[in-house]
Design a protein around this ligand. Structure first.
Ligand code: FAD
Length: 249
């Protein structure tokens, strides 16, 4: 069983990565397989996760009850740790830029709403945009937004750099997702602050954006794991997280 599968119960096609063993129980590596909802025997969708935000798309459990697939459903043969699993990790570099882009969009939307509100909401007989405390918040938010946007563009443009790889550079993709997700959480939080109590109301989209954006340092590579990925590239060495390193594999 695997839980937290985005689009579970909606997607027909499932790309499943699993460890493969030969008949003697020797592990051959991790392979990639296709299973089709409603067609592949044993593929079953479980409960939907009651998520804090991002409720426009479900996350569900997916069960593999003695699931059987034909040879034609083997997409990536399990030719060792560096192959099937390596390809999956490379594909994640694209996904990370995508996740960062969604976080960037949320932050940009929150920032635009905060500017509009600051210009129109009046306190002490002045628009609150005239208070330097809020001006500096808006300035910092816009600076972080531009930095995040630049990182995402640069990571996206790195696709295929220096070789035949169709995937973006792993370091740039990790940096773009890490910085953008953390910046976006701060920007949306500050935008909500600028709305005061109105930002805390469920009638205001900021409340939903705040819940939605919180996911982006978790799914698709946590902020901590992304830092390890970046450190590994910066130091040019593997950084095994298990006590016995990768020896067991
Ligand atoms: C909305 C949403 C959608 C998702 N969609 C999918 C999906 O479609 N498919 C899918 O497979 N998964 C999906 N996930 C799962 C997601 O990939 C995991 O939640 C994520 O990888 C973290 O794993 P975990 O939740 O088990 O946290 P854990 O691994 O239990 O980590 C808990 C905490 O410990 C930290 N931590 C763990 N190991 C280390 C380490 N070595 N060094 C430092 N810190 C560490 C983590 O960063 C985290 O802060 C989704 C999650 C969410 C929230």
């Amino acid at each position: 069983m695997k839980h937290w599968i985005t689009g579970g119960g909606v997607s027909a096609l499932h790309l499943v990565f699993a460890r493969v063993f030969d008949d003697d129980g020797t592990e051959l590596g991790i392979g990639g397989f296709i299973a089709v909802r409603g067609e592949t025997p044993g593929l079953r969708i479980g409960d939907r996760e009651p998520t804090m935000g991002l409720r426009g798309i479900p996350e569900t459990q997916v069960f593999f009850d003695d699931m059987e697939i034909g040879d034609d459903m083997v997409l990536m043969p399990p030719s060792g740790f560096a192959k099937g699993f390596g390809d999956l990790m490379n594909a994640y570099n694209t996904q990370r830029i995508g996740a960062g882009t969604v976080a960037l969009g949320l932050a940009a939307g929150a920032h635009a709403r905060a500017i509009e509100h600051a210009k129109t909401r009046e306190q002490f007989d002045r628009p609150i945009a005239e208070f330097q405390g809020l001006q500096w918040m808006l300035a910092d938010m816009s600076t972080k937004l531009e930095a995040a946007r630049s990182l995402i563009y640069r990571a996206a443009a790195s696709r295929g750099d220096g070789g035949a790889s169709p995937f973006p550079d792993a370091t740039l993709a990790a940096q773009a997702k890490l910085f953008t997700s953390e910046a976006a959480i701060g920007i949306v939080s500050d935008a909500l602050q600028i709305f005061g109590a109105a930002g805390y109301s469920r009638n205001n989209p900021l409340e939903r954006m705040y819940r939605d954006v919180r996911m982006f340092t978790i799914g698709g590579g946590t902020a901590q794991i992304l830092r390890t990925v970046i450190a590994s590239r910066v130091l040019d060495r593997r950084l095994p997280q298990t006590r016995d390193g990768y020896v067991a594999r």
